[in-house]
Design a protein around this ligand. Structure first.
Ligand SMILES: Cc1cc2nc3c(=O)[nH]c(=O)nc-3n(C[C@H](O)[C@H](O)[C@H](O)COP(=O)(O)OP(=O)(O)OC[C@H]3O[C@@H](n4cnc5c(N)ncnc54)[C@H](O)[C@@H]3O)c2cc1C
Length: 372
């Protein structure tokens, strides 16, 4: 059993595995590890699910990668894991996360922007989206579904609570230090922890922890949520300069932007107005739609846009971060892969392209000094 300390105690709590950051990645991985019988704790500086995972549109775009990307096998595998992942969570918690296998239609420009080949896809059937107004060709991506990431985070948190996983909110980690006798001390406020293994799941803030080098860069995205008549939109649409996600009856998300402005997560009225104009250009019926909500979030990006999955500088210290635009999609497979690594098992995919060590030479040469 973990040693429980009171805030004024000098004995830190002790766990088999400690995860730092309760976004979709930390929550999914903590749940996967809890199934192995390990004593798992997850610490979160604010509230669970309050980072990028709260800001995400919730597309599960398994088709959204160039065929040469090393992420393709992981994306496909994660898309296949999703139905069972959601089914189990629903059964365990009695909650829902708006998972809908509705498919996506993409404009030619959107497919080409993601490095895809339009000719590899079937054309969108006529009148599949009767209200869509757009010149140019559109294609069908039937495997690309969607869900509500905020509800998924709530479900995962409820699952962890039921399983007795220690989730400590309002607890900010500052540093990770190896202990002479093995394992790590994680210095955090208001209290510190000891763990045999530590996993950094801190999203865009992963570069800010002392004791580990993870060159993650924040990439801001803004979203404009609009009220719409029910059934105005039946599928996700990837337009030339905006995507539209029918999140629930009467709510359509219009996103997003890609802004490298550090840790500034404020919205900008001009940008939100532009997103709205682009949405109305595709669906003129949105012209008088009421704004329901606007927000911005910080994606965890890296200089090669690939995640950091694997050992982070020393045995027992791991990274599961840098998921950029795809963390919601990649959460189930990330949980599986990191769970294997932590237990000393061979992961089911080659993780060499995602090894945090790929950035180590750049550190030595001082080329990544400005990141994060
Ligand atoms: C506008 C937008 C739209 C997106 N749309 C999609 C989409 O449609 N589909 C998709 O797959 N992905 C999408 N993404 C990307 C996706 O949101 C991210 O890849 C994913 O949420 C990353 O999850 P995470 O758990 O790594 O990070 P986060 O959700 O940011 O979680 C990290 C957590 O760590 C905590 N933390 C940080 N530092 C510390 C510390 N020192 N101590 C304790 N806790 C700490 C933070 O508070 C935060 O809660 C979108 C992102 C944005 C911004």
């Amino acid at each position: 059993m973990p040693v429980i300390s009171t805030p004024d105690s000098t004995t830190p709590e002790s766990f088999d595995v400690l995860l730092i950051g309760a976004g979709i990645i930390g929550l999914s991985l903590a749940r996967e590890l809890s199934s192995t019988g390990m004593r798992v704790a997850l610490i979160e500086r604010h509230r669970a699910g309050s980072g990028a995972s709260r800001a995400a549109a919730g597309m599960l775009a398994v088709s959204g990668f160039p065929s040469s990307s090393p992420l393709v096998p992981l994306a496909l595998a994660s898309g296949e894991l999703y139905p069972e992942f959601v089914r189990q969570l629903e059964a365990e918690t009695g909650m829902q996360c708006g998972y809908r296998q509705i498919g996506t239609f993409a404009s030619q420009a959107a497919i080409e922007r993601h490095g895809g080949d339009p000719a590899a896809h079937e054309p969108m059937p006529p009148l599949a989206e009767p209200e869509l107004r757009s010149a140019g060709a559109w294609y069908s991506l039937p495997a690309d579904h969607c869900l509500n990431p905020r509800l998924l985070c709530e479900m995962l948190l409820a699952s962890l609570r039921r399983r007795g996983v220690s989730v400590v909110e309002n607890c900010a980690a500052a540093a990770i230090e190896p202990r002479p006798q093995g394992g790590f001390t994680v210095t955090a406020a208001p209290q510190s922890y000891i763990a045999d293994q530590v996993i950094v799941t801190s999203g865009a803030w992963s570069s800010r922890l002392a004791g580990v080098f993870l060159p993650v860069i924040p990439c801001k995205g803004q979203i404009h949520a609009l009220e719409a008549p029910p059934d105005l939109l039946r599928h996700v649409l990837l337009g030339p300069d905006v995507y539209l996600v029918p999140q629930s009856q009467g709510r359509i998300l219009a996103g997003s932007t890609m802004e490298y402005t550090g840790y500034d997560d404020r919205t900008d009225p001009e940008t939100l107005a532009r997103l709205r104009r682009s949405a109305v250009a595709l669906l003129p019926a949105l012209d008088s739609a009421r704004t329901l909500e606007t927000w911005a979030g910080l994606r965890p990006d890296t200089s090669d846009h690939l995640p950091l999955l694997g050992e982070a500088g020393q045995p027992g210290l791991w990274a599961a971060t840098g998921h950029y635009r795809d963390g919601i999609l990649l959460a189930p497979i990330t949980a599986r892969l990191l769970s294997s690594l932590v237990r000393g098992l061979r992961p089911e995919f080659d993780l060499a392209p995602f090894a945090p060590a790929r950035f180590a030479p750049a550190l030595t040469a001082g080329r990544l000094g400005g990141n994060g």
